[in-house]
Design a protein around this ligand. Sequence first.
Ligand SMILES: Cc1cc2nc3c(=O)[nH]c(=O)nc-3n(C[C@H](O)[C@H](O)[C@H](O)COP(=O)(O)OP(=O)(O)OC[C@H]3O[C@@H](n4cnc5c(N)ncnc54)[C@H](O)[C@@H]3O)c2cc1C
Length: 413
Amino acid sequence: MRSISIIGAGPAGLILGIGLVRAGYDVTLYSDRDPEAIRNGFVPSSAGLSFAGQAVEAELGLNTWDDRVQELEGVHFDVVAPGGDLVTTIEGPWHDGPWRCVDLRLKCVAWMAEFERLGGRVVVREITPDDLERCAADTDLTVVAAGKGKISSFFARDDEKCIFAEPQRNISMVVVKDHPGWVDAVGFAPLHYTKMLDVGEVICGTFLNTDEEPAVFLIFDAVPGSPMDRFMHVSSNEEQVEVSKQFVKECMPWEWERVKDMRLADPGAAIRGRITPTVRKPVAKLPSGALLTGIGDTLSTKDGIGGQGLNSAVKSGHHMLKAILDRGDKAFDAEWIQHTWDEFWNSYEQYADVFNNGLMMPVPVHQQKIFAAAAQNPELARKLFHCFSHPPSAFPWMVDPAAAEEVLAQVER
Ligand SMILES: Cc1cc2nc3c(=O)[nH]c(=O)nc-3n(C[C@H](O)[C@H](O)[C@H](O)COP(=O)(O)OP(=O)(O)OC[C@H]3O[C@@H](n4cnc5c(N)ncnc54)[C@H](O)[C@@H]3O)c2cc1C
């Protein structure tokens, strides 16, 4: 029986681990926190998962919360000028199926239990570089799925694939109760996205948090130095909710009624920080010469602006699962590792990365034209929103003005 070590019990590591134990592999999963610490800890993400991402979970029998979480049925996307005037609204359903947002604390704790039930071994330990040597010596393959953990920097930055050297946004997220959502205003449960030009993005939706009751997440992705950039020095999660209200009252007064009564969903229901979008090389060599590879945020870390990191993590865990199974008894050598990553990068991840990064850059004229047309044309709006669910569908028109003109011409025909 082939043996695999996985470092990190986040979604990428658990999707891979559960898939491998189901296939009869001997798998050890290392987690720096025990389930109780994860469940009672900080909320890491708004955890929006596309229909295709949910299909991966369903294939492994992990879609436990489908009936309990309110689906995000489509998108309501406002573009707002710096002074607060509405420039345009684009609205409509997803192209393929709804998104769902289930707290990763809930998922990861349940999935760790499922992994053990299926015969996997969980070791609670923060893995150090020295431990990596031991993992590599004891098992046929070591996969690092440690997200933004320090150990991920064992993999060298891939300068050719990185376009930013520093964070583009200062991020705040709170998960709250006593927020009514937007069904009354929009007519369906939306991913509610407000792009405030030169200021940042406010991204919200309904969410299932650790008490398995509905909540709402609000992300403030602030352009550094803008009026939204006021969260980095708050000293408690409760204060973060109050500062969120204050921002809405001052800069989005049309949303004030919705937020005025909101309160923190649980003590850990807030995060703040900054992320430098980073792509890393997929092969790392230990001093002994043993090789490691990575999945999820370890190899490609993104800002939360486009809801892509979890989707990529789930898909990269699944891609690695299939690659390991297809490899049979052959060696997990550097060529195989590179090929496995190249396949994922070329078919999916490069598009997710460029799409997500593009949301933090000035909107070029050809994209402005697409936005304006999509506001008038439901079919184009559907095509536009499909980019969130399946980023390859944004290409080439997202980066190529001539291709964008072709899309517009098709709409006019
Ligand atoms: C505000 C915000 C909102 C977001 N919203 C979305 C969204 O709506 N949709 C979406 O697709 N993405 C979203 N993301 C991104 C998404 O959450 C991440 O990309 C995703 O969680 C990455 O999964 P992962 O398994 O690779 O890593 P992680 O989820 O970070 O899991 C890594 C695990 O490894 C553990 N670990 C770290 N170091 C060690 C070590 N040395 N030893 C053992 N264990 C270790 C960590 O504790 C953690 O449990 C958002 C991100 C942010 C910041």
